[in-house]
Design a protein. Structure first.
Lengths: 214, 214
């Protein structure tokens, strides 16, 4: 398998962790999101992936897009270690945690949105920073409440092994730190993030450890 | 089961369609997102659902949030008719279509984001409209390319029966129409949307047919 990735992409980071955790043989295809106006906007990449986003997973037969769809695919085809719990209610809970990051936080703060704010809307850097921090704070406050109160919260978001939720959490915390968002109010999130980063699968997937890191 | 819903909520609309399709006995709990500063922001609702968003599904044991997590849960616990195809690659494709709407379009255009643009960022109505249309156009252009070129596209997004992708597509098209987005360039999307709305499961879930419709 080949993963189209950009070292700083939050969504690609999620999939890099899964490939490591499941020890799936793969190579990385770096797609630079800024250089030359963005390699993801080029025709040959978009021919494979019309959304022109990273990540994309090149399997033998198909090109898959959307990080959560890729993660579910990897979990179905390489079930060990499992990214989702055994019963349907718990799976819904873990998927809900992951989606609260992937739908409620990340889409508002990714590169193309920040570029639109600066460009088309002429938003100042200070207000762009406030926007970023607002959506992090809104999302992390809800997530902290859930994690701090749920009986199944363990070393990781669900129990004592990594799940789909952790794979989404760690890249989002990385991004929050990069944008200097204060995380004092989220002790459970910080604790789980630190625990995850003790795992080589997570730390090796970090942006600074990518071949295309700058 | 009880579904916390707001008639105009795109995400609640997705779940309403699924409950109808699978003929799951349920009642609606209307949560008004505007009246009284937003009923979703009130303490008793947030005690069940810290994100304070709709939909939320109240099962006998738990309250589930995040529409896609709810849809996967309903599909696992009420497998007929299935919302996902039989094999892993096809499931990844259908989930990818759904996520391209739920992650790349809808989060940028929902009520709280439009309120932030008008309020904190003092964006004019015209520029807010342009923002809305930009993300619809970006997302629908990619989706149209996928659907128009994929061999499995049939009467619906995948084959000749509704899937997870259609449940996300129809509410998004409804919303695009509400904001007067031109859809001329998306003939496949329009065709599938019209086909879906011939099904009572879809049409009965439409905003104007809800008990809390205004």
């Amino acid at each position: 398998m080949k993963l189209a990735s950009y070292f700083r992409s939050t969504a690609a980071y999620r999939v890099r962790i899964a490939l490591n955790l499941k020890q799936i043989d793969h190579t990385l295809l770096p797609i630079h999101l800024i250089r030359d106006g963005g390699e993801h906007k080029q025709t040959d990449y978009q021919a494979h992936n019309p959304e022109g986003l990273v990540p994309a997973l090149f399997t033998e037969d198909r090109v898959l897009s959307q990080s959560l769809a890729i993660l579910e695919y990897l979990d179905e085809t390489h079930p060990t270690p499992a990214l989702l719990p055994n019963n349907a209610l718990d799976r819904a809970y873990v998927r809900g945690l992951a989606l609260s990051i992937c739908c409620d936080i990340h889409p508002l703060n990714n590169l193309r949105v920040l570029q639109y704010l600066s460009g088309e809307l002429q938003v100042s850097d200070a207000k762009k920073q406030a926007w970023y921090q607002h959506w992090i704070a809104t999302g992390f406050t809800a997530l902290e409440t859930r994690l701090a109160n749920h009986a199944a919260t363990g070393e990781f978001c669900f129990g004592d092994s990594p799940s789909l939720a952790d794979l989404c959490l760690v890249p989002q915390v990385y991004n929050a730190n990069r944008f200097n968002c204060p995380l004092d109010d989220y002790p459970t999130i910080r604790r789980i993030n630190e625990r995850c980063l003790q795992e080589p699968s997570f730390s090796q997937a970090a942006p600074e450890n990518q071949p295309d890191a700058e």
